[in-house]
Design a protein around this ligand. Structure first.
Ligand code: NAD
Length: 479
């Protein structure tokens, strides 16, 4: 069902199927909204912002956010099964970033809104001889259009809806067509288990990407918060330009994992392999270029290939699975296109390179390691968004930093080394929004996440991710 102006409705466009990517089984249908439904949702969000006290009643908003967290917690078991089936997410990831962590993060945003310094007193001054008291206040931006992808649907939906609401905005959420149920349940919980007023959140599922473009260009929308591919991010930015909308973009990546020559090669390469094919490599920040010292290249290839073969591609229902299916036939075909390209470019597969044996139904790619290519190859430069890693040699620290930064993207990175100070020095030189040093985990409600260069504009999560949804107003009072 859609959540439209406080009502759960099927909308005006019929329904479309949602598919289990592990089995190709049709799970059921979701409401297929039309442009008219989207238009109504934007109108409802506009009215809720302009005509209610939502934006100014902080205590009420905080209470509603805590109700939302409680409602999602109550439906946790059901949501876990739904996420495994609809997203193909390995079960163990649902105990973290695929479900439980983002549900708890809502509480962090509620706490932040409660303790936030909404007003700052700049004190008295006499600009141009006029005695004046100056204050700076932060307030909601207005109507937020939230457009999200399918790979971590709860995390990305809630990392937008949570801070946008905490800041006092109203929201129209348009999730990806591949994962409508994850968003539809959010709409249900908001309608049934919270006091969030009609129109404050609207959830518009649709098989039609054009509804995203509609949301990005509508003049009644003040800010578009988008997560998805860099190509679509460009379209969103262009669509917002006509009305000078604020755009906040979380885009693609091709992050590097640097193994220094003083690192424990086995531990570093094992971790690089394991962490980079989580959720079948469908994570924007995964480190899919692994940079190792040239004289240990073959040894590193053996460790990584062995780890990937050991992991395999498994049933996402199983507690031990790290790498499940990819989301759709379209994504599988796209990844297979890159595997063919790797061959054409002169690369070899040290592990994987195709579909796993015995998986006749569903959309599957084996965890794959490509060797023998340089950072100039397309498979090392372009985002594949599958369980496919490129192993690249480096000739020391400066060369490793040069290769890591030689990318149109700048989302994330990792470095492993025996000397912490040296590894920190490398982290400081990476042109990326997050860096993991010696397996450190940067994910957290309080940690800003986002990209340099063509990986995005702005930050999600953390205080910075809350402030993306605020305007700044200076008030000067004559004395
Ligand atoms: P996508 O760009 O195809 O779609 C994302 C969303 O945009 C979907 O809801 C889609 O319907 C909508 N959309 C499509 N065309 C649109 C248009 N012209 N205007 C407005 N909206 C439009 O991305 P995807 O395939 O769903 O997701 C995979 C991509 O997302 C990868 O590139 C990945 O790196 C990126 N991603 C980035 C982050 C991050 O935080 N940086 C997180 C997750 C995924």
């Amino acid at each position: 069902m859609l959540l439209l102006d406080g009502r759960l409705t099927r909308g005006t466009g019929g329904a479309f199927e949602t598919i289990n990517p592990a089995t190709e089984e049709v799970l059921g249908t979701a409401a297929d909204a039309t442009a008219a439904d989207m238009d109504a949702a934007i109108g409802a969000a506009r009215r809720a912002f302009d005509e209610t006290s939502w934006a100014t009643d902080l205590a009420f908003r905080v209470r509603c956010l805590r109700q939302l967290r409680e409602g999602l917690r109550r439906r946790g078991d059901e949501l876990r099964e739904l996420t495994i089936q609809e997203v193909g997410a390995p079960r163990f990831l649902t105990f973290g970033a695929q479900l439980d962590a983002p549900v708890e993060d809502i509480g962090w945003f509620a706490d932040l809104a409660e303790s936030y310094a909404w007003e700052q007193d700049l004190g008295r001054a006499e600009p141009m001889g006029m005695p004046t008291r100056r204050r700076v206040v932060r307030e909601a931006t207005g109507v937020v259009g939230a457009i999200t992808p399918w790979n971590f649907p709860h995390q990305i939906n809630l990392a937008k809806v949570g801070p946008a609401l905490a800041a006092g905005n109203t929201v129209v959420l348009k999730p990806a067509p591949d994962t409508p149920w994850c968003a539809a349940v959010l709409g249900e919980v908001i309608a049934e288990e919270t006091d969030i007023p009609p129109g404050v959140v609207n959830v518009i599922t649709s098989s039609d990407h054009a509804l995203g473009a509609q949301l990005a260009s509508d003049p009644r929308v003040d800010l578009v918060s988008f997560t998805g591919s860099t190509a679509t991010g460009r379209a969103v930015m262009a669509a917002g330009a006509a009305t000078l909308k604020r755009v906040f973009l979380e885009l693609g990546g091709k992050s590097a994992f640097i193994v220094l020559d003083d690192a424990d090669l086995k531990a570093a390469c094992g971790y690089a392999a394991f962490s980079s094919v989580a959720h079948a490599g469908q994570g924007c920040a995964l480190t899919t270029r692994i940079l190792v010292p040239r004289d240990r290249y073959d040894e590193a290839a053996g460790i990584i290939a062995g780890t990937l073969r050991g992991l395999g591609a498994g049933d996402p229902q199983d507690a031990g699975t790290m790498c499940g299916p990819v989301i759709s036939a379209r994504q599988r075909d796209r990844i297979e296109g890159y595997l063919a390209l790797a061959k054409e470019e002169g690369g070899s597969f040290a592990a994987g390179g195709g579909r796993p044996e015995g998986r006749d139904r569903g959309f599957w790619i084996e965890p794959t390691l490509i060797t023998g290519l340089t950072n100039d190859s397309r498979v090392a430069r372009e985002e594949i968004f599958g369980p496919v890693l490129a192993l690249l040699p480096h000739d020391g620290d400066d060369d490793a930093v040069r290769i890591a930064n030689d990318s149109p993207y700048g989302l994330s990175g990792a470095v492993h080394g025996g000397d912490l100070e040296r590894a920190r020095g490398i982290a400081a030189r990476l042109r990326t929004g997050t860096v993991s040093v010696n397996s450190g985990v940067w994910y957290g409600a309080d940690v800003p996440f986002g990209g340099y260069k063509q990986s995005g504009i702005g930050r999600e999560m953390g205080t910075a991710g809350f402030e993306e949804y605020l305007e700044t107003k200076a008030i000067a009072e004559g004395l």
